[in-house]
Ligand binder design. Structure first.
Ligand code: MLT
Length: 261
């Protein structure tokens, strides 16, 4: 547990080696990374953060995604001191990873953007987020987030233990955490014009069946990043590291090994 400007942050740290810093999607927590961590911990020091309000991390009122980038820096300074990190963010975690790159790019050895996008919301998109925030407060978190389930996982996967695991994380999310995250995402920075200046080696991954970060659009924006590899994981939906941890591990470690070659 580490304190950063009012919030107490919970991290799962496991393994030794170069740092792989993992940022989860919404409305989940660090547990979405556990199957991947099992496959990486023999070779890497994995640090999986619970973003403010999720998992074991506390919430101290509204925040911006820039505040979450400060949380990452606070943890890097404590747990990875003089090391550069390999930052991996999925979806909302990807928005935060871009914010970290923008503020602290010098501390990045590499950047992995999974099932995410650099664009901000259009007015309808941010209005829908503010509506979900309102509904989480008035109707409860589960009723606000449960309609997302069918977009997070393919129908077949929803029936498996992966579906149970995702439901468990979603049920654990509080109304305040859901509302604060939606308000922060609604106000997030537009990165589309900035990504051509990413100099950090970057890996972009999405799932063949991801409706939130579909392959065509993802391939297209990733081409704007100069030093970027794009990979697609077949038959996976939005939560690639949870659905296909071995494929994700193979792609990620192939990328990371290529950096030090
Ligand atoms: C996520 O998986 O983090 C969310 O789908 C992100 C979003 O709502 O844009």
């Amino acid at each position: 547990m580490i304190t950063s400007s009012g919030a107490t942050l919970s991290v799962k740290a496991s393994g030794t080696g170069p740092v792989v810093f993992l940022l989860h999607g919404f409305p989940l927590d660090h547990r979405m990374w556990l199957p991947l961590i099992e496959t990486l911990r023999g070779q890497y020091h994995c640090i999986a953060l619970d973003l403010r309000g999720f998992g074991g991390s506390t919430l101290d009122g509204d925040y911006s995604l820039a505040d979450l980038a400060e949380d990452i820096e606070c943890i890097r300074a404590r747990l990875a001191q003089n090391q550069q990190i390999n930052l991996v963010g999925l979806s909302m975690g990807g928005y935060v990873a871009l914010e970290y790159w923008h503020r602290y790019g010098q501390h990045l050895n590499s950047l992995t953007l999974a099932n995410t996008k650099p664009s901000a919301d259009d007015p309808a998109g941010s209005a829908a987020r503010l509506e979900m925030a309102q509904s989480a407060i008035s109707q409860g978190a589960w009723s606000a987030v449960s309609p997302m389930l069918s977009r997070l996982l393919p129908a077949k996967t929803l029936e498996t233990n992966i579906g149970d695991c995702v439901r468990e994380m979603m049920r654990a999310a509080s109304s305040d955490a859901v509302a604060a995250a939606q308000r922060a995402m609604a106000r997030r920075r537009e990165f589309t014009e900035l990504i051509p200046s990413v100099r950090t080696p970057t890996l972009v991954i999405t799932g063949e069946l991801d409706p939130i970060a579909p392959p065509d659009a993802t391939r297209q924006w990733s081409a704007a990043i100069p030093n970027c590899i794009y990979r697609e994981i077949s038959t996976s939906g939005h939560l690639t590291p949870l659905e296909k941890p071995n494929e994700f591990r193979t792609i990620l470690t192939g990328f990371l090994n290529g950096l030090s070659a």
